[in-house]
Design a protein around this ligand. Sequence first.
Ligand code: ZN
Length: 173
Amino acid sequence: MGGLKLFFVDDETLRKVAALFGEEAVTVVEILEKVDETTDFQIADQTEIRLNTVRKTLYRLYDHSLVALRRSRDKETGWFIFHWRLQPDQLEGFIFNQKRRVLEKLETRLRYEKSHEFYSCKTPGCKRFPFEEAFELLFTCPACDKPMSYVTNNKVIETLTQKINQIKKELSE
Ligand SMILES: [Zn+2]
């Protein structure tokens, strides 16, 4: 891998990084993708993110092998210098696994929705209950005491199915 090899991290991946590691991580990743290797000092310099925060962010990414670390010693001060490099393959794999996990959760939820009938008092803010629980509650809402009746979950099933299809499509790309 030569010194000129640069990486492109797509927006979708950056959004995932932001959700998982915070907005600072996005800034850090965006800098790392433009260089082969850089130090935490240089990142702090370029971004006005405090050095401590830059380091914390880098270590969190490092924990998931999303960045690699190389140490050298400053010849004058004798202190360690930390050189960081993005691991784009790891980043892709990481996001892929995250998506897989979300997909599994959604599929479990969809199975649950499809195999249950729900009852509710239809008061905003009150919960709905699957048949078995509603039955035990004698079809009376435990929060507001109103009678509960059948509510369709077609919308929920539709939304879940759409999300599942979307993620499946992304995973197969
Ligand atoms: Zn209620």
